[in-house]
Design a protein around this ligand. Structure first.
Ligand SMILES: Cc1cc2nc3c(=O)[nH]c(=O)nc-3n(C[C@H](O)[C@H](O)[C@H](O)COP(=O)(O)OP(=O)(O)OC[C@H]3O[C@@H](n4cnc5c(N)ncnc54)[C@H](O)[C@@H]3O)c2cc1C
Length: 407
């Protein structure tokens, strides 16, 4: 078993860290306070090729996998950008680019991938619904075939980045639960171009991550051409898992890296802050707190990279439009689900513990906006609730890893 990053991952990590270091922590504090997109940072990401990381070379990208994207996320977060620096990168790379690379038709790839690599197309994913929450298979949004189009109606909630997206993936039911043999059948995924007068949205005021808007979305008589169906009709759940698992892995490495970032700053602070005539870093209470969380982060980091490697190594369907082939991948999806839920759960718990100890180290200043750690605290606490709650990640482990009976 090789525990080291590959040469490409090292290279991506170093570049990401350097790019991130060019932006001060105050830059991000300001973006959060002004509720503003970090356009300057985004342009740097585009210039350095980060938007093309998972896109094959023939469409203008580097042709890497999730493992290299994970290294980019780690480097960007730890360089100082925190979640702010990787949020939009994940929305576009994981929600839009990856599924098109893996399940798109040739026409869809040509239409979207070069634009994503050039930073001209940003993405989003519209899955969550107000009256359904974590029970994804019960979504109410419907897509009904009329001629060579689908007519889509429904409501979504907390859809991040839809206000900036030029295209997003919309999850809808093409068959009702009554019509299908398994609850996981009958969902389909559509690529929706934006702006679109039949897709209205309003931002939800929220606790943190305010450089991005998460919105309530109203979809009324939206007409989407049949060609915009992503993957097979009615097997959308199995394509969606191929988005939700890397999302969990991306946030796992993100959570670990915010933990490291906070510890890096807390260690510096602890060396220099003198109370009772000595640096607070000499007190065992501070040392043990920081040492313990550092050790926990090392474990979480390994799990996150292991999950990314597993995702990259499982085979793809030879025909991404084949219902049987896509559904038939469920054994691989289980494997990836195991790794990604474990990584997400452990990384978020340990990331939170790390930021907590960083805050304790900063004492009262940990609560002051000027010292940044309170912003990371707000960022990382989201990850207990999204992209999947910690309880739902544990449910997965209990049911599909430990084989405990269904509740
Ligand atoms: C800032 C932000 C950004 C987001 N961005 C997006 C996005 O871009 N796209 C998107 O589609 N969604 C997005 N979401 C939605 C997010 O994925 C959901 O909020 C999350 O999956 C939880 O769903 P819920 O909020 O409806 O909680 P609920 O499902 O209502 O859960 C509430 C509580 O009950 C617990 N619970 C529910 N069911 C069970 C069970 N079976 N067993 C044990 N406990 C259970 C949960 O763990 C949780 O603690 C975002 C959310 C936030 C807050």
């Amino acid at each position: 078993m090789d525990f080291n990053l590959s040469e490409h991952q090292e290279m991506v990590y170093r570049l990401a860290y350097e790019v991130s270091k060019n932006y001060s922590l105050d830059y991000w504090r300001e973006k959060e306070e002004k509720q503003e997109f970090g356009i300057e940072f985004w342009k740097s990401l585009v210039e350095q090729g980060f938007l093309g990381l998972v896109i094959p070379e023939e469409y203008g990208g580097s042709g890497y996998g999730l493992s290299e994207l994970a290294s980019a996320i780690e480097g960007l977060v730890r360089g100082g950008a925190g979640m702010a620096g990787v949020w939009y990168l994940m929305l576009t790379e994981i929600f839009l680019a990856l599924p098109i690379v893996r399940f798109g038709t040739e026409e869809q790839k040509e239409r979207y991938l070069p634009g994503i690599a050039e930073g001209k197309i940003e993405g989003a994913l519209a899955l969550t619904e107000p009256n359904v929450g974590s029970n994804t298979l019960a979504i109410k949004t419907t897509a009904v075939k009329e001629g060579d189009e689908y007519v889509i109606n429904g409501r979504k909630v907390f859809i991040s980045g839809i206000d900036r997206a030029s295209a997003f993936i919309l999850v809808a039911r093409t068959k009702s639960l009554d019509e299908v043999e398994r609850r996981s059948y009958g969902l389909s995924l559509f690529i929706v171009d934006m702006p679109n007068k039949n897709v209205r949205y309003t931002p939800i005021p929220k606790h943190g991550i305010n450089y991005s808007h998460s919105c309530e979305v109203y979809i009324e008589d939206l007409r989407v051409p049949e060609d915009n169906l992503l993957g097979p009709l009615d097997a959308g759940w199995y394509v969606l898992l191929d988005i939700l698992n890397p999302e969990r892995i991306g946030f796992a490495i993100g959570a670990t890296s915010i933990g490291y970032l906070a510890v890096d700053w807390a260690v510096e602070y602890a060396k220099n802050r003198v109370v009772f005539d000595r640096p607070i870093g000499s007190f065992q209470a501070i040392q043990h707190g920081l040492a313990r969380v550092y050790a926990h982060l090392e474990g979480a980091r390994l799990l996150s990279y292991r999950a990314a490697k597993t995702y990259d190594s499982v085979p793809l369907p030879s025909d991404p439009k084949s219902f049987n082939e896509v559904v038939g991948r469920s054994q691989y999806l289980r494997e990836v689900g195991r790794e990604s839920n474990i990584a997400k759960y452990v990384a978020v718990e340990n990331g939170i513990e790390a930021v907590y100890w960083a805050m304790q180290t900063f004492g009262g200043y940990g609560y002051a906006k000027e010292f940044h750690v309170e912003r990371w605290w707000r960022e990382i606490n989201l990850l207990r609730l999204a992209p999947v709650t910690q309880q739902l990640a544990l449910n997965y482990i209990a049911r599909y890893v430990l084989n405990l009976p269904r509740e």
